[in-house]
Design a protein around this ligand. Structure first.
Ligand SMILES: NC(=O)C1=CN([C@@H]2O[C@H](COP(=O)(O)OP(=O)(O)OC[C@H]3O[C@@H](n4cnc5c(N)ncnc54)[C@H](OP(=O)(O)O)[C@@H]3O)[C@@H](O)[C@H]2O)C=CC1
Ligand SMILES: CC(=O)[C@@H](O)[C@H](O)COP(=O)(O)O
Ligand SMILES: [Mn+2]
Length: 382
């Protein structure tokens, strides 16, 4: 029986994690759950899974949730300290970090310091704090099992292999809802259009990141830190079918790929069962239904976010944190119809140009960078 803490249990990955747990309830116990503001769903999850702790970020909803769960076995906590607490519980075997955004950094660090196994979906914590996370991991017995589909695929393609023999990592990208379009055609696209991902049903922020291809930029940085591979050895290939979730090319010319249905419950199950493989509860890939698998080069001209991400990655230091913070603010503005689609990249570019890079990063100065970037963008658009 494994005890699981889920940070972000009310989101897309959080709900799919609970779905896997529901199907394998004799193997897993839900120890803690959390939400930002969706108190109703958190309440229902608490009733169904009877966790020891439920954390709500939104202070305004804390008292009411506490009252609603008064006669249950679930203690209600609030705020980032609550997330750090459930990320480091002594009795937790696996921490699923499925929160969205760089708010995930502090819980990831807490889990590492408590020597936990972390099923990591929250890519933003690695993007902003990759160097710190690497150092913390070196001083702990914690491990990260990637849940992000590409990184989970690469993790599987590396199993049993000699890492010194890697030639390159090949990250696959669907191309998003605007694949094949030129910049001119993206001027007036709406949030509704951008949210319609052709293959995956995901949360709102990552769906917009897929539409701008920022998602792939974040994933390049994520892969760099997870697998300790230089940026020159990480390539992106557009693969519209999203059946091959990523590949590793070795020095002898062999490419090893991981394929499965376009369903995040595959990598989630893998991470929860690791190091074992168990029967799938969600079905198997029917190769005869898949059709052709195709590959294209990314269009760096149209999808400027991908190029900005590469620039930030190669600059290093605090620049990926600026890229990420600016992206979080810009995506939010776009989703609220405050800016146009193409302004997302424009705002990120300006925030990067405005930033003086620092190389000795701490959690505090990452959080300060986030505040400064927010202020700068507010001054830009007001
Ligand atoms: N969805 C997917 O298929 C994939 C997602 N990922 C990554 O996984 C992570 C989660 O994505 P996804 O599940 O789509 O996101 P969702 O938006 O669906 O869910 C996010 C979760 O985080 C909570 N949350 C949001 N903001 C805060 C905050 N400020 N403080 C505390 N909790 C917060 C939400 O609570 P509430 O419900 O109350 O808002 C919710 O539980 C992201 O980093 C994403 O890039 C990676 C690969 C695939
Ligand atoms: C499911 C998953 O891992 C997402 O990150 C997905 O890859 C997004 O699709 P894109 O390839 O369009 O970014
Ligand atoms: Mn992904």
């Amino acid at each position: 029986m494994k005890n699981i803490s889920i940070i972000g249990s009310t989101g897309s990955i959080g709900r799919q994690s609970l779905d896997i747990i529901r199907k394998k309830i004799e193997h897993f116990r839900v120890l803690s759950i959390s939400a930002n503001s969706n108190a109703d769903l958190l309440y229902n999850q608490a009733l169904e899974f009877n966790p020891k702790y439920a954390v709500i970020m939104d202070e305004g909803k804390y008292k009411e949730l506490k009252n609603r769960l008064l006669h249950s076995n679930t203690e209600v906590l609030c705020g980032i300290e609550g997330l750090e607490f459930i990320a480091s519980l002594k009795e937790a075997d696996i921490i699923i970090n499925s929160v969205v955004g760089m708010i995930g950094l502090r819980p990831t660090i807490s889990a590492i310091r408590a020597n936990k196994t972390i099923a990591l979906a929250n890519k933003e914590s690695l993007v902003v704090g990759g160097e710190i996370i690497k150092k913390e991991l070196n001083n702990s017995k914690a491990s990260i099992i990637p849940v992000d589909s590409e990184h989970n695929a690469i993790f599987q393609c590396l199993m049993g292999e000699d890492k010194d023999k890697i030639k390159r990592l090949i990250l696959t990208a669907s191309g998003g809802p605007f694949r094949g379009r030129k910049k001119e055609e993206l001027k007036d696209v709406t949030p509704e259009m951008a949210l319609k991902h052709p293959r995956w049903n995901m949360g709102r922020k990552i769906s917009i990141d897929s539409a701008t291809l920022m998602n792939k930029a974040l994933e390049i940085i994520e892969a760099h830190y997870l697998f300790n591979v230089s940026y020159d050895s990480i390539d992106v290939v557009i693969h519209p079918q999203s059946i091959i979730h990523s590949m590793v090319e070795y020095i002898d010319g062999s490419i090893i790929a991981q394929l499965s249905n376009t369903d995040m419950r595959h990598p989630i199950q893998f991470a929860l069962d690791y190091p074992y493989r168990n029967e799938s509860h969600i079905g198997y890939l029917d190769l005869f239904q898949v059709g052709n698998l195709t590959f294209e080069k990314p269009d760096y001209e149209t999808f400027e976010c991908l190029r900005l991400g590469l620039d930030a990655a190669k600059t290093g230091g605090s620049m990926p944190a600026v890229l990420n913070a600016a992206n979080e603010v810009a995506v939010n503005l776009f989703l609220n119809n405050k800016i146009k689609f193409l302004q997302i990249a424009e705002i990120i570019r300006k925030a990067m140009e405005n930033h003086k890079v620092i190389y000795d990063l701490s959690i505090d100065n990452i959080l300060e960078i986030e505040r400064n970037v927010k202020e700068y963008i507010n001054s830009l658009i007001n």
